[in-house]
Write a protein that binds this ligand. Structure first.
Ligand SMILES: *[C@@H]1O[C@H](CO)[C@@H](O)[C@H](O)[C@H]1NC(C)=O
Ligand SMILES: *[C@@H]1O[C@H](CO)[C@@H](O)[C@H](O)[C@H]1NC(C)=O
Ligand SMILES: *[C@@H]1O[C@H](CO)[C@@H](O)[C@H](O)[C@H]1NC(C)=O
Length: 364
């Protein structure tokens, strides 16, 4: 009679054991993701950005870091190096592409000015990250730049019809630690988490002209202001977005070189938007009561999701403005995020004493 309770206890322990192990097993089967990060002159925002990145609720063993930094006039390279030295080993793999010199592009008016060389260099880097992700066998790539390209129209999205889009650097901070899981859960080929900003900026367009320029639409503000919630198909997303490399047509996506028929503005986010539109996907069509697979140019769909708060982007500065203007904008952003209960956190390893030009961590 004494054996029975012991056996029951053993069984209970075994059950408990497998229950405890279950999440571990499941974690190792989670999709592998490459985080593609391009940083330039990001000293003011890097600690906030890395603090948020570290806290993403996703096993680091399923994440690869692909980091590039170049043309810096501040300590971005040193700061990234310090952080990678401290936490890099936790991640599945790390690719680190720093370029110390030169510190600026030829013909640029200042560090906030986008020249053709800068666009091209950025496209090539992004393509390199994409190629790495494919070769590594990743399921997804998250494009998540810090103080690197974001696109917006100079009159403000929706404010007026502007002749050409202007591009600017944005800092994106993913304050929601569920961002990766929530985006994956949508099962979409290309999906951006809508980022909040203090003004009318965000990281998506609702309309695009046949020439590849920003088009004003009635949907933009209701989406930006979350009167309209969900995931919406849009022609363009930028700054932070997730690409499923297993999705139909994803093998045709590229940042560089542009599609052979490309005539739109020479810019990485538009080149990518075009590649999505131009991708040829096979779809099941029903014709004359017999199903057949047809090749159609439906493209790879691009979505923005806004049903959750995912994070913030700052108001980009104009091309003639400097890093100090950018830093001031960023401090406002951090304070506003704090006011709304989405305070930022420092990285676990570094920058106890913040860099001389960094934005302070808000004290609640
Ligand atoms: C994610 O963030 C929420 C809200 O800030 C927090 O309560 C939770 O503990 C975090 N989860 C993880 C796994 O870090
Ligand atoms: C880089 O960091 C060092 C040490 O913190 C500091 O003395 C220096 O002023 C920084 N340089 C720039 C350009 O901010
Ligand atoms: C480029 O456009 C031409 C004419 O519309 C078309 O026939 C051709 O297939 C396109 N090329 C590619 C690679 O899509």
């Amino acid at each position: 009679m004494r054996a029975a309770p012991a056996a029951r206890l053993l069984k209970l322990l075994l059950l408990l054991g497998s229950w405890l192990e279950a999440p571990v097993v499941a974690e190792s089967r989670l999709p592998a993701v490459v985080l593609a990060i391009l940083a330039r002159n990001a000293e003011h925002s890097l600690p906030h950005y890395l603090g948020a990145l570290e806290r993403l609720d996703y096993p680091r063993a399923r994440l690869a870091l692909w980091y590039a930094t170049d043309h810096n006039v501040d300590n971005t390279t040193e700061m990234l190096q310090e952080w990678l030295a401290a936490v890099g080993d936790d991640y599945a793999t790390v690719v680190w592409r720093p370029e110390g010199e030169p510190r600026s592009y030829p013909d640029e008016e200042g560090p906030k000015h986008w020249t053709k060389e800068r666009h091209q260099f950025l496209m090539e880097l992004k393509q390199e990250a994409l190629t790495f992700a494919r070769d590594w066998g990743a399921d997804y790539i998250l494009d998540h730049s810090v103080n690197s390209l974001g696109g917006y129209s100079s009159g403000g999205a929706g404010a007026c019809d502007v002749p050409s889009p202007k591009f600017a650097d944005t800092d994106n901070i993913l304050t929601n630690n569920q961002t990766l899981r929530l985006l994956m859960g949508q099962g979409l080929p290309v999906v951006a988490p809508m980022l909040d900003s203090q003004t009318y900026y965000s990281n998506f367009w609702c309309g695009i002209t046949p020439q590849g320029y920003y088009r004003r639409t009635a949907e933009y503000f209701p989406t930006k202001n979350r009167q309209r919630r969900g995931c919406f198909r849009v022609p363009m997303v930028h700054s932070t977005f997730l690409v499923s490399l297993r999705a139909e047509g994803a093998d045709q996506l590229a940042f560089y070189p542009p599609h052979p028929n490309y005539t739109w503005p020479f810019d990485d986010i538009i080149v990518f938007a075009y590649a999505c539109q131009a991708a040829v996907c096979s779809v099941q069509t029903c014709e004359k009561k017999s199903y057949q697979v047809q090749k159609v140019s439906e493209g790879v769909s691009v979505h923005v999701c806004n049903e959750h708060r995912y994070g913030y982007m700052n108001v980009p500065v104009k091309s003639h403005q400097g890093l100090e203007d950018e830093r001031v904008n960023f401090i406002h952003l951090i304070l506003e995020a704090l006011g709304e209960g989405w305070g930022t956190v420092p990285p676990t390893c570094c920058y106890d004493s913040l860099p001389p030009h960094g934005a302070p961590f808000p004290r609640p």
